[in-house]
Design a binder for this molecule. Sequence first.
Ligand code: BGP
Length: 473
Amino acid sequence: MNKKFPEGFMWGASTSAYQVEGAYLDDGKLLSQQDILNKKEGFADTTVCSDHYHRYKEDVALMKEMGFSSYRFSISWPRIFPDGGTKINQKGVDFYHDLIDELLNAGIEPIPTLYHYDMPLALIEKYNGWIDRQSVVDFERYADFVIKEYASKVKYWTTINEQNIIVQYWDTKNIVDEKYLNNEQIKYQINHHLSLAHAIACKKVHDYVPNGMVGAPIDFTPIYPATTKGEDAVASANANALRNLYYLDVYFKGHYNEAAFIYLQKNSLAPVMLPGDEEIFKDGYSDFLAVNYYSSYCAKATQPGAKRRMSGVNLTGEKGAISGYEIQPDFYEIVRNDNLEATQWDWTIDPAGLEFSLRYIHDMYGVPMMITENGLGAPDILEDDGSVHDPYRIEFLTKHLAAIKRAIDYGVSMISYNAWTAIDLLSTSNGYKKRYGFVYVNRTDDDLKDLKRYKKDSFYWYQELIRTNGESL
Ligand code: BGP
């Protein structure tokens, strides 16, 4: 196989605002819901993170040194509209101008995400955030301003990060008032408001950005049948419908996936929709899908009488500590794929699953894609001489990139690859114990140290890969 990627293919990596910036109350920014939620987790909080807000020039210089041609980051809503209302924070606006200019000067295409879980806290206090449809109105004001403001500098836009993860882990990605916690319909209502917000933002990119392209970053997890039994194949189709197509059909067909929506209706979980909502979806079509890919699962038919259950998270880093997987009664039960190795946080490693996913999405929707997240979390060690040896990350990325290349060879159209992450940052589930970056940031959960940047072995590996446009794979 010719390992070269197509001409013009963009190489880079990703971060998100609340996980990397720090400066959580600097220059007029007010709290986001993640600033509060994260404090409950017992690892590093969002106050400083990797201090990217103050060190973005150094970080962009490192990206340039690696040869990046794209960088996917998120814009913090409460940095622009601190209380989510009408008052604009000019210093926040300037920060993203400076960052974008720095990237453009380095020859790096900025790919901003409008929303990465960090809604202004004031909107939670005012009306419970995304639960209330007013959130769509307030998001529209924010999206309108931001897209117009940076329209002349930014061509590729991404909207809402991982709507499906916001649904699956709705009470850690959102502050949810206790009175709603036993009502699972609410999470589909939250999602409906996010679907509207996504579509509205897409329309604005088309209205304001010359040649602009827009899409949503989704966590795409393929779900294989757990066995060769027909019932398990049906369970896998059901899981794919509710966990993947429920979102993608909105982006590319302008309506919710039929089977998934019928299941939600049967179980009194479907969102309340207003007349005209599907027109909003259709007007806000997506130009591409942004794929965040980490692992795969299997599904099997549920036992009679099985109770609804959400997937757990491994918080300790001890293999097997995950507390259980999702059950949707009479629809599917998620199970681990025992054919696969997993990380110490129980995330299965499945490069072929990425090839499968890209081919599948291409066949279903025929749209171009970009990878906006893909990476390996590990407890990297900084050696005394300042080196960090991360062969496991190089192996992980090599196999996933080979899978992408194979998908391209079979006709899939790919715009860009952005690994998770450019530099170490706060992991949403494991703080600084789990690192993903090409660049090591010298701090731990409890000790800020000097936050100095060190190049990992994967930094040099990625640099060579980019230089040869994939040939060194
Ligand atoms: C994705 C999120 C990211 C990121 C990543 C890794 O779901 O979009 O924000 O953090 O997963 O997850 P974690 O940080 O929990 O290891």
